[in-house]
Write a protein that binds this ligand. Structure first.
Ligand code: ADP
Length: 465
């Protein structure tokens, strides 16, 4: 809860139509999900302008609105025309920047310990693991949905309550400087860097810039803040050594401070050992998530939930949809949905995990383009094609202009053993799948979110035998 007079001081702007009977419960930028007592932030935009939704916000019980100065009079007039009483209006030049300032101000008044999770792949799952472990012992908040950017992070900060001991906040980025901006609001006491790889190269330019961007968080960590990183990344370690900050390594190599081993997938659970002695398991088939789980175990152990106190079976951990989740459809086809996102590192890892899963029927990869890879996108798609060709699967069907490059390579390399086909649309691909698939077949779905590969899942569901 942030009182309106406080918000007014933080933004150096008066509260118009003050109503001191209410305070800011948290922030909202979307009236469809706004909860009673929230401050509605009207973001100007071309497609949808938040100022057109202030009426809806008040109807849903907003305690006030943050608007652009030049739109204030119009907003007040519109509210009155609708018979609504304007209250707690804060007018600023730039509502998004003002929301960030309010988040900084609110965060500074809290004693919560914040943890930032960033990296190229595995942020969301690592966050879920850490949230699960910390909340066994402490009241803990974690990023909800995809609220991990310059708008989502301040919203998440506004949801931290005074009795939260920890807040696990995910920070995503596609440009230099973004992590710095987010960390300036989060003020992390600790961090996890998940694996770094070529993702969002369109914005970052080079892989070196990706490393630089992800390590922007360092400047906000004190020298004794625990930061957990994957053990296998020498390039990252060099950067960290140069920074003089304290880092803890997790991974499968003998050099790791927290070492995982003996990863097995059985009966829908991934089981693994940490430091030879403790066995843990979580639901799913995604063996590669043992690394993410170990990153979380390492930090939770450092923050006061010791390994001995952690539950061995994480059965009530909620898996996030679209991240290597298996469903057996009523028509008997098994689908692993990993369509939430794709970058070369995530794709290669998913292929490797898919290779290890056994199926009674055929194994088929359905994929679409990896987006935002910049000038080298053809090269990255050809490299993935090489990996698919060697993966021992039965068929690879793809749509999207860029993935044609992967299919070409698969055809060259696999010498027709593997049925590789490219389609001009997801619908054509689904029609072809209708002829190929039989009950017991296993399908992996992969592609960048923008390609909407999950459409194929709906198509596969409709196949009848
Ligand atoms: P993010 O939030 O960074 O996008 P997620 O945890 O949602 O990451 O996982 C997205 C996808 O990234 C997964 O479906 C998987 O394909 C890939 N991924 C996750 N963890 C790893 C990992 N440790 N190594 C490689 N790829 C991974």
């Amino acid at each position: 809860m942030l009182p309106y007079p406080d918000a007014s001081r933080a933004l150096a702007t008066p509260v118009e139509f003050p109503d001191e009977s209410c305070a800011i419960r948290s922030f909202s930028i979307d009236t469809r999900t706004l909860r009673k007592g929230e401050l509605f932030i009207a973001l100007p935009g071309e497609r949808s302008d938040g100022h057109d939704h202030v009426i809806a916000a008040f109807r849903r019980g907003a305690s006030g609105a943050l608007v652009q100065k030049k739109r204030q009079d119009g907003v007040v007039k519109a509210l009155r025309q609708e018979g609504l009483t304007p209250r707690n209006i804060l007018a600023v030049e730039d509502p998004a920047a003002a929301m960030a300032s309010l988040a900084r101000h609110y965060r500074d008044g809290l004693s919560v310990k914040t943890i930032v999770i960033t990296g190229s792949v595995g942020k969301t799952t690592t966050k879920e693991f850490l949230h699960f472990l910390l909340k066994q012992k402490y009241p803990t908040l974690a990023t909800e949905g995809n609220l991990n950017n310059h708008l989502g992070v301040p919203i998440m900060i506004s949801r931290i309550k005074p009795d939260h001991a920890f807040a696990v906040l995910e920070a995503g980025a596609s440009h230099a400087g973004e992590i710095d901006y987010l960390a300036s609001m989060i003020r992390p006491m600790s961090a996890i860097l998940t694996p770094i790889g070529p993702a969002h190269l369109q914005g970052f330019g080079t892989l070196e810039n990706v490393y630089r961007a992800k390590t922007e968080v360092l400047r906000y960590l004190s020298t004794d803040s625990p930061m957990v990183v994957p053990v296998h990344d020498e390039r990252l370690h060099q950067l960290l050594r140069d920074s003089g900050k304290r880092f803890i390594r997790a991974g499968s190599s003998a050099r790791a401070d927290y070492r995982f081993s003996d990863v097995r997938v059985r009966n829908g659970m991934v089981r693994f050992k940490v430091n030879e002695t403790s066995t843990f398991s979580f639901p799913g088939q995604a063996s590669f998530l043992a690394l993410n789980a170990t990153l979380a175990i390492a930090l939770a152990d450092q923050l006061g939930v010791s390994i001995a106190e952690m539950p061995p079976e994480w059965t009530d951990l909620e898996l996030v949809s679209g991240r290597f989740c298996e469903t057996v459809l009523p028509n008997g086809i098994r689908v692993i949905d990993d369509s939430y996102n794709a970058s070369p590192l995530a794709f290669a890892t998913a292929i490797e995990a898919f290779r290890k899963i056994t199926a009674n029927g055929k194994k088929i990869l359905v994929f679409a383009d990896m987006l935002e890879l910049g000038a080298d996108e053809v090269c990255y798609h050809r490299e993935i094609g090489e990996k698919i060709a060697l993966s021992g699967i039965d068929a690879a069907y793809a749509f999207g202009d860029r993935s044609r490059n992967s299919i070409d390579v698969i055809r060259e390399r696999s010498r027709e053993i593997l049925d590789a086909r490219h389609f001009s649309s997801a619908d054509d691909l689904v029609s072809a799948l209708g002829k190929l698939l039989r009950p017991g077949d296993l399908v992996l779905l992969k592609g960048s979110r923008g390609m909407r590969v999950e459409k194929v899942l709906a198509g596969i569901e409709r196949i009848g035998f």
